[in-house]
Design a protein around this ligand. Structure first.
Ligand code: SF4
Length: 419
């Protein structure tokens, strides 16, 4: 978006007193406030206001599911013949201006309190930034040789430019945060060591293993996890092959579009519910369709078959029923509608979970899904230890992960100041 587009878009904001857009933002950004400042061309002040709640405006403005969050709550979208204020683009523009002009947010002097942050994804980076701004001595421990986590390896380049991501991360680190790369918890250090050497610990290392459907054939060659493909980039040769992606969330969209761009002859996305219930954004589904990905909604995979390697899947049609204990309509298989679909690869993108050997070794209480149990302030069962993001089962979008990191930072500050 260029400068004139931004001026037009901020000029369209109605400055609603109740700011429903802010309520729709997982980070609770003061959207009405930064729109007003941007309209007055006070971009630096707009950035300072935005910085009270976020450290990744250039990222959220681009990759957040805005139609389900801030823009989906904007009253202008409900006015006949009108359209929502383009909040994401305005936010990204302000964030980008801060990067370009090197606007900084000052940090308080160090207070001799050390905090370890495990995981350099959106929750860890945000937690570290808010702690450091408030005078805490922070070190991030990251298992990869780069920071960013899912922002880096989980979002394809066609959705998020990695040079821009690098600039956002550099800006966070310029606050004065130490980083130790290639450091895995349980391998290079233990939680106990961190507890001994720091006043508090934040665990925000994500949940990057793809979940399985528990159907026959998932151990055949040619079955992959969507998260793992995106993280490692170790794809097979898809040239002329038929690929089935199971699931219809954001990971499914990213992996399906990535595979289609790698010249698969066909990519099917198979989802048990209807398009309306799909967790992926409308525009991501639309763009995937435009790129040639085919969707089989209300279809359920019953099994994967082949002689050592994937050759076909068995699928059944579903109908949707309202069940008392579920907000969404539930899929029910329609007897007798089974059919087989020949394919070369199957990619599971139905959800993710943390590495159980790691979380089980931490000595923390876990919830029934095997994630770290936290209270509403992100406090785990150990006194000094906090957690947030996917590893603690909070909602797994970038903005919610960042919110979890920010909330944990404030909870850690409260804990350290009460000591
Ligand atoms: Fe502006 Fe829309 Fe927010 Fe109202 S809801 S303050 S119009 S961005």
């Amino acid at each position: 978006m260029n400068y004139d587009d931004i001026k037009r878009s901020v000029g369209e904001c109605l400055q609603c007193i109740k700011s429903p857009c802010q309520l729709g933002c997982p980070l609770n950004n003061d959207i009405r406030g930064f729109n007003k400042l941007a309209k007055e061309e006070k971009y630096k002040e707009a950035y300072q206001l935005l910085s009270e709640t976020t450290v990744i405006p250039s990222i959220c403005g681009r990759v957040c599911p805005k139609s389900k969050q801030c823009e989906g709550s904007c009253v202008k979208g409900r006015i006949k013949d009108s359209h929502t204020v383009e909040i994401g683009k305005i936010e990204a523009f302000i964030g980008d201006m801060a990067l370009k002009n090197n606007w900084t947010i000052s940090s308080l002097p160090l207070k001799n309190k050390k905090v370890a942050v495990v995981g350099g994804g959106p929750s860890g980076l945000t937690c570290a930034a808010f702690l450091r701004r408030n005078g805490y001595d922070v070190t991030i421990y990251e298992r990869h040789n780069y920071l960013g986590g899912l922002l880096y390896h989980g979002i394809p380049d066609f959705r998020l430019d990695k040079t821009l991501l690098g600039k956002v991360i550099d800006k966070i680190l310029e606050l004065g945060i130490d980083v130790k790369l290639n450091q895995s918890i349980g391998k290079n250090f233990s939680l106990g060591t961190l507890e001994n050497e720091h006043d508090a610990v934040f665990l925000g290392f994500g949940a990057n293993l793809s979940s399985k459907m528990n159907i026959p054939g998932e151990d055949l060659d040619g079955v992959y996890g969507g998260n793992e493909l995106l993280e490692t980039g170790n794809h097979p040769d898809y040239e002329g092959k038929v690929v089935v992606v199971s699931g219809c969330g954001n990971v499914a969209m990213d992996v399906a579009r990535t595979i289609k761009r790698k010249n698969a002859s066909k990519v099917y996305v198979i989802y048990r519910r209807s398009e309306k219930e799909a967790p992926a954004l409308e525009n991501e589904i639309r763009e995937a369709k435009e790129e040639g990905v085919e969707f089989l909604f209300q279809n359920n995979i019953l099994g994967i078959y082949g002689d050592k390697k994937v050759e076909k899947i068995e699928v059944i049609n579903t109908e949707l029923e309202k069940k008392d204990d579920d907000d969404r309509l539930s899929p029910v298989n329609i007897e007798g509608t089974n059919y087989y679909l020949n394919c070369d690869y199957v990619v599971m993108a139905i959800g993710s979970h943390p590495e159980s050997n790691i979380v089980n070794s931490l000595g923390l209480e876990l919830d029934k899904r095997g994630r770290i149990l936290i209270d509403k302030e992100g406090h785990t069962s150990k006194e000094k230890v906090f957690a947030g993001g996917d590893v603690a089962g909070t909602i797994s979008t970038v903005a919610f992960a960042s919110r979890a990191g920010r909330d944990a930072a404030y909870a850690i500050m409260k804990y350290l100041e009460s000591e």
